[in-house]
Design a protein around this ligand. Structure first.
Ligand SMILES: *Cc1c(COP(=O)(O)O)cnc(C)c1O
Length: 339
């Protein structure tokens, strides 16, 4: 499933819409609020792949994922007037957790709208991070209408999960941290869904080390960015349940940043089956002693499949740990998991 799409043009990374200097600024802005996560050498993955493999332990970030970086940068970049009015968004996942935490940290009101169908534990999780939870309607679209109203009538700001310059710059700080810890990197493995993470990380890394390969990893079930790269423009794909649930969702047909940046900066995209994703979660637990959600483990999965040709000195980002623990237990016990 390795598919080298069009090679990045030699000067594509000279002037991405989010530049290295935006990312350096973001790093200064968010540094007091985020964990500089450790990088670990993985002996078992070196033995299995013949490469020199490092794991960037971003699942140890506050709120359990890198989404905190982009959310914090975006919240701190609001004007004083916007901060006074607060932010509103729809997200029960890692973006919502990041926003709630970032807003509380900055003393900004944060309202997260959810549909009635969102389970109580997810509502409680977001509320525990300091957000006001508003339940509206029976679908994500209806919850979005509540947010649209708060934006139109109360002047609240909304921060999208990936296609936003401050969010991308914030995620890019992860790329800077990787380069601060390790020089001469051949390959970086980055989760790819909406593309906020890979756009920021690739802008940082290619900006400093243009020869480093950036490989995006998605699941076979509903890889919207991959389908869009193939089509040469943003397209919709059917959303399907997947173990890498944080990688689900579209890229937006009106995509402003992440489609173009991914097209220009990413060298290759690899797709994984559900069983391959499960194997990554299992390896993380039994061999690395780390608890990861499906999306968090896909870099490890990709290495285990042998689909990464000549990884060399290679960093895999572990992007998140927020998994239902009974699901995790089933996965690591080797039980069949039906979604
Ligand atoms: C959001 C998310 C991703 C994908 O990030 P994009 O910016 O949407 O590509 C990967 N892993 C985890 C854990 C996430 O929460």
């Amino acid at each position: 499933m390795t598919r080298p799409h069009q090679a990045p043009s030699p000067d594509a990374f000279q002037s991405p819409p989010i530049s290295l200097s935006d990312i350096l600024q973001a790093q200064r802005r968010i540094a007091p609020h985020v964990v500089q996560t450790p990088m670990r050498h993985s002996q078992t993955l070196c033995e299995k792949t013949g490469g020199e493999i490092y794991l960037k332990m971003e699942h140890r970030q506050h709120t359990g994922s890198f989404k905190l970086r982009g959310a914090t940068n975006a919240v701190l970049s609001l004007t004083d007037e916007q901060k006074a009015k607060g932010i509103a968004a729809v997200s029960t996942g890692n973006h919502g957790r990041g926003l709630a935490f970032a807003a509380r940290n900055a003393g900004v009101r944060c309202v997260i709208a959810m549909s009635e169908l969102v389970p109580q534990n997810k509502r409680d999780g977001i509320a525990a991070l300091g957000a006001e939870v508003v339940i509206h309607g029976r679908s994500q679209d209806e919850a979005q209408q509540a947010v649209d109203r708060m934006v139109a009538e109360d002047g609240m700001a909304t921060i999208p999960p990936f296609d936003h310059a401050d969010v991308i710059a914030g995620q890019g700080t992860l790329g800077l941290e990787i380069l601060q810890d390790l020089a001469d990197i051949d390959t970086v493995l980055v989760q790819l869904s909406g593309g906020g993470l890979i756009s920021g990380v690739a802008a940082a890394i290619k900006g400093i080390s243009p020869k480093t390969r950036i490989i995006g990893i998605s699941m076979q079930r509903g890889a919207a960015m991959h389908a869009s790269l193939e089509a040469g423009k943003p397209v919709q794909v059917e959303e399907l349940p997947t173990l890498a649930d944080s990688l689900g969702g579209g890229i937006g047909l009106e995509n402003s940043y992440t489609f173009a940046m991914t097209q220009a900066l990413v060298d290759e995209v690899i797709l994984l089956s559900e069983e391959e994703i499960a194997e990554g979660v299992r390896h993380a637990y039994w061999q690395e002693e780390e608890i990861l959600e499906g999306a968090g483990a896909v870099g490890i999965s990709a290495l285990l499949t042998g689909k990464i040709e000549a990884p060399g000195r290679c960093v895999a980002i572990l992007s998140g740990r927020n998994i239902d623990m009974s699901m995790h237990h089933k996965l690591i016990s080797g039980e069949m998991v039906t979604l």
